[in-house]
Design a protein around this ligand. Sequence first.
Ligand code: UT7
Length: 332
Amino acid sequence: MGMGKITAAITGVQGYLPEYVLTNEELSTMVDTNDEWITSRTGVKERHIMKNGASSDMASEAVKGLLKKTNTNPEDVDLVIVGTVTADHPFPSTSNILCDKTGMKNAWGFDLNAACSGFIYSLATASQFIETGKYKKVIVVGVDMMSSIIDYEDRTTCVIFGDGAGAVMLEPNEEGMGVQDFILRSDGSGVNFWVQPAGGSLNPPTIETVEKRQHFVKQEGKQVFKFAVTNMAGVSAEIMEKNNLSSDDVDWLVPHQANLRIIDATANRMGLPKEKVMINIQKYGNTTAGTLPLCLWDYENQLKKGDNLILSAFGGGFTWGAVYLKWAYDPK
Ligand code: UT7
């Protein structure tokens, strides 16, 4: 081993979208909405829906592809962190089930609950196990099956969300590639602006909680929007300043895909032109913890070794933050 500091580099990325595509047209037959409203207010055209199975099944597909692509023996993986708010069960963890389904017999792991910030919280956490020299292969998954907690009678939430999974491999790097810095924040006073009210210890499931539709996501869209614009743009600008990055130095913004207008506000604040912003919200909607790895997967062939990426997210709860990383490989 050389003398260089060990950094945690992404060495592969793979996504998975379930087959079924729910279009704005079909949604218009389910609730009082239309393609024009959804497109202009959110940027979403269609989203994928998991008809059979659970979050661990989507995650398994992404991970199997990732293992193959990176030529990794599943038994060599040390740790698996799964960002999700739609675990298969309250317990055991989705990570545990995922490891069994994919043959990662020597790995341990856990689920990390941070809503739309699930992937950046998980990536920052995972990077520490690599930087210390403790582990050689860590997988970070962002997965959500939002269709399992969305009320398809509530037009203010059902048009935004979709299902999907993405996974990255993290490995030690001694050329300075990979995670450079992160800023992570939370504010639990935002609990009621984006919440699944029932099913936990505060409001265990009862016939009444079901009748009141309290097992579905309740969102104060306007409030979340305001906080998201301020904080996602703010933390993205902050991580640039902290690392002395000008807008010319940043090659890509990898933003959480919640609303095209939040993405635009963030890019503007960072002084980035559209060409440097990863966008796939039109195809997948908001897949919560899935959005960032799905962006990396879609844009993988355009990324070059040494590119400076800023990943940023804002989510319910509230949770938000940004990760600055250097991409570690050229298109294969
Ligand atoms: O990632 C998790 C965190 N979530 C977010 O980041 C979401 C942040 N919030 C948003 O993206 C936006 O607030 C929404 C997309 C949820 C809503 O957009 P908005 O521009 O804030 O709309 P609004 O709530 O102010 O509603 C405007 C109008 C209302 O009608 P009136 O009162 O003006 O007559 C709504 O009832 O649009 C109506 N409306 C709809 N119309 C057609 C709300 N939803 C729909 C709909 N189709 N689906």
